[in-house]
Design a binder for this molecule. Structure first.
Ligand code: PMP
Length: 424
């Protein structure tokens, strides 16, 4: 697309700026695009990397277990050993289950509500309770809490993890704050990585609620985009060392490693938490899909097999992330007052902050130009971005060329929305 953005932005000449952006937008609409940047899904090429799974496993026994039969609620040992190594936790603290880690998160919260956590009484009996939510964050975390009637208190997400001082101040006196979400590595959508010092403070901080939980959603712990293989802080050991062994519960899955619809999910926590979890799980299952566990074990063979596989994913999606950076820098780099964005080194998202008060307008303009973006505010509790500034970009699913064209379109919409606002 031609760049119409080389006129200096307001306050120099808001009228000319607006006219230039309108004209660029009209050109864009005339192109009749149709793109979807809404969800962080692996693209078809990424799914093809795991195609061999469709012809595995080659046997039906593993470690003397007939995987076709009932049993083994905690998941297949060989697969647990492999992924426990990757996530740096003890096998005895590590469970493998079905395809969606979101289900395990829901299980844990429902169990806490109805039965009480391992170190507390049922949350449903304790009046209104709250969770802290680093923002921007993952919309389904918020939806789950809202569904359970758990109030959400936003805390800022920073480049090196959540604003821990804010968290410490909130949790120390308020026993109704029962926990917090955290995506520690390459967070959705900010790409933030929670540094070890912040993790240590979260593990050690005094909380008024004696059964405070950190739901440590390590969905992107292995999803590096560069040669930097960021190591996730070891929250389980940190919490144990600080006298709060039952505080963290970690989640992960192979949704963005093998098949998003047919992978394996994981839960890791203190052995006491794991036994608590399995006791409740046993009310609804006699065992997980161990055939799928064995299929994954045969496919990867060992931890290095997973690491090599993740480098293949990076080779496919890194150019898409590069294209996002390139287009945003070219089109919006001259306007830091209008747009800033993250440069993640892993995960699935770029978080774009536009001129406050214009994010919804940008999404609407993009929609009218044929580009579907995640709804403005989606990354905030109750869908409410108080500044109306944040937009989550998910570049993995479209092709590289589509990402480029779609990002050009987004840039045009960002500039028009800003120009409208600045022109009053
Ligand atoms: N957690 C986060 C932070 C995610 O971004 C996603 C996927 N978008 C999930 C969990 C979902 O994981 P699963 O497929 O294992 O349910």
């Amino acid at each position: 697309l031609p760049s119409h953005s080389d006129i200096a932005p307001p306050p120099d000449d808001p009228g000319a700026f607006l006219a230039a952006q309108r004209s660029a937008y009209d050109d864009l609409v005339a192109r009749g695009l149709k793109f979807d940047l809404t969800r962080g899904k692996p693209g078809p090429e990424q799914l093809d990397l795991s195609e061999a799974l469709l012809t595995l496993p080659t046997t039906h026994t593993s470690g003397g277990v007939d995987v076709r039969n009932y049993g083994g609620l905690e998941g297949l040992l060989g697969l647990r050993e492999l992924f426990a190594e990757l996530f740096g936790v003890q096998v005895s603290q590590f469970v493998a289950q079905g395809n969606a880690s979101l289900t395990l998160m829901k299980d844990v919260l429902v169990d806490c509500m109805l039965k009480g956590p391992v170190d507390g009484t049922p949350w449903k009996d304790q009046g209104p309770i709250k969770f802290l939510c680093p923002v921007p964050g993952y919309d389904r975390h918020h939806a789950l809490l809202e569904w359970l009637g758990i109030d959400m208190v936003p805390v800022p997400m920073q480049a090196d993890g959540p604003d821990v001082a804010a968290v410490e101040a909130l949790v120390k006196d308020d026993p109704s704050i029962k926990g917090m979400w955290l995506v520690p590595t390459y967070a959705n959508p900010s790409g933030s990585v929670t540094e070890a010092d912040k993790a240590a403070r979260l593990a050690a901080m005094p909380t008024a609620a004696s059964d405070f939980k950190i739901l440590w959603d390590n969905a992107y712990g292995l999803h590096h985009l560069t040669e930097v293989e960021t190591k996730t802080a070891d929250i389980i050991s940190l919490a144990a060392a600080n006298g709060h062994p039952d505080r963290p519960i970690m989640f992960a899955s192979t949704s963005k490693i093998t098949f998003a619809g047919a992978g394996v999910s994981f839960l890791a926590a203190s052995e006491r938490n794991v036994q608590w979890y399995l006791k409740h799980l046993g009310m609804g299952s006699i065992g997980p899909d161990k055939v799928n566990h064995l299929r994954h074990l045969e496919f990867f063979k060992d931890a290095d097999g997973v690491r090599a596989h993740m480098r293949k994913h990076a080779a496919i999606i890194k150019p898409k992330f590069d294209a996002v950076q390139e287009v945003l820098s070219t089109r919006l780099g001259a306007y830091p007052q209008i747009a800033t964005w993250t440069e993640p080194i892993g995960g699935y998202f770029v978080s774009l902050d536009v001129l406050p008060g214009t994010a919804s307008r940008v999404v609407q303009l993009a929609k009218e130009a044929g580009v579907a973006l995640t709804p403005a505010g989606a990354s905030f509790p109750y869908g409410n971005d108080p500044q109306d500034t944040n937009i989550r970009l998910a570049p993995t699913f479209p092709s590289l060329e589509e990402v480029r064209v779609a990002m050009e379109a987004v840039a045009t919409c960002v500039l028009l929305a800003a120009a409208e606002k600045l022109a009053g």
